[in-house]
Design a binder for this molecule. Structure first.
Ligand SMILES: Cc1ncc(COP(=O)(O)O)c(C=O)c1O
Length: 384
């Protein structure tokens, strides 16, 4: 059994040019983030800088430790933190800067790490969208003191739910081992439910059923009736769920080994499809992923900005296009009216708020790219 865990770590580490001993596996990516923050001794009174356009579980992990999330607005082109606004957010209480590879687009990580070193701060790269991409020739996640990755449903490779941490700064290793000892072992039931969901995704989910199944899954997980990406409590409040700190299960390890084996092929498809979207959008003078952002990203999704998102999603549903709707709010998927819970004041992050109103994600891993390109071509008037 442990052999498979070790093999999984080795396979992941090969992609990251890392030592398998520096990989820590968890039930979800957010548990990796929480563990990293704890190993950095983040606690009451500390501040953590992060993008003002992220998943709500990121500020949750910070707040579970008693620290304060301090957001930075994003740039429209990369959907990542605007580098020029970071330094102004640093105070005597700042301990960590978290940067992110939103939708698989790399961030200004070298500059961010340099800035953090100047102020003696730790850095974490949120690579939940960015596994498989690189920045200046080094894999995403290798520049910061630590990085975390997600293997949830729609992530670069999937184990249903899942995640892992990569530790680059050896000072953090003892803390990570300490937390590892406290991890809850996933139950038989946890694994059974996950297996059923994995089976459903593999054999039942199709373009035809994509939308009804997405809506049903989200509704059930919000009501805590099914093993969801986030429980209802995580997206409507910031109290730590009792079973949050969970380790990885063998179901996830086995699934990860099998999906990683097909990763290169998938990644190749994502890049080729993204090039086609870029060409079409550029030719038609629409906003596209500009070449400066277009080197070695992982292109998990190809995000475009549309004039009326609700309408565009309806059109996609009608045409059976597997469109994504991340992020539906600047702290996805929490409701905008609830964002004060996470210390988020919408008026301070105009770009993030605007993007969250009009972003939709074109699929990059589709085998039916011509159908999706036709859909985009036929609806160019709807796109910025
Ligand atoms: C930007 C970002 N960070 C963190 C996470 C958390 O990952 P996980 O669901 O594996 O905990 C997500 C999940 O979608 C995400 O989109």
């Amino acid at each position: 059994m442990n052999d498979r865990i070790e093999t999984y770590k080795v396979k992941i580490a090969n992609y990251l040019n890392a030592d398998p001993g520096n990989i820590f596996l968890h039930w979800k990516g957010r548990v990796s983030l929480y563990s990293i923050l704890k190993s950095m001794n983040v606690g009451k009174g500390d501040e953590v800088i992060l993008p003002g356009y992220t998943c709500v579980v990121v500020p949750n992990a910070i707040m579970y430790l008693g620290a304060k999330p301090v957001y930075v607005d994003i740039e429209k082109g990369s959907f990542n933190m605007d580098y020029n606004q970071i330094e102004g957010k640093i105070t005597k209480k700042t301990k960590v800067i978290i940067c992110q590879n939103t939708y698989g687009l790399s961030t200004d990580v070298e500059k961010i790490v340099k800035l953090a070193k100047k102020y003696k701060l730790y850095t974490i790269e949120d690579c939940t969208h960015g596994f498989g991409g690189s920045y200046n020739g080094k894999p995403n996640g290798s520049y910061c003191d630590a990085a975390f990755y997600s293997t949830q449903w729609n992530k670069p490779f999937s184990t249903g739910i899942g995640g892992f941490a990569l530790i680059t700064n050896p000072v953090l290793l003892d803390g990570m081992y300490e937390i590892k000892k406290q991890l809850i072992v996933p139950s038989f039931m946890d694994q059974l439910v996950l297996k059923v969901l994995l089976f459903t995704k593999r054999y039942i989910l199709s373009d035809l059923l994509y939308w009804p199944m997405i809506y049903t899954y989200r509704w059930l997980s919000k009501k805590n009736l099914i093993l969801g990406s986030s429980s209802g409590g995580e997206i409507s409040g910031n109290l730590m769920p009792y079973d949050y700190l969970k380790g990885i299960s063998m179901t996830q390890v086995n699934e990860g080994l099998s999906t990683l084996a097909r990763f290169d092929e998938l990644q190749d498809l994502r890049k080729k499809n993204s090039d086609k979207y870029t060409l079409l959008l550029k030719e038609n003078k629409k906003i596209y992923v500009h070449e400066i952002w277009n080197k070695n990203h992982s292109f998990l999704k190809y995000t475009i900005l549309v004039k009326n998102r609700e309408n565009f999603i309806k059109l996609a549903e009608k045409n059976r296009i597997s469109l994504g709707d991340w992020f539906t709010s600047p702290l996805h998927p929490a409701r905008e009216s609830d964002l004060v819970i996470w210390n988020y004041k919408m008026k301070n992050f105009p770009v993030a708020v605007e993007v969250a109103k009009c972003a939709v994600n074109l699929p990059t891993d589709t085998k039916y790219i011509d159908k999706t390109l036709d859909f985009v071509r036929n609806n160019l008037d709807e796109i910025y």
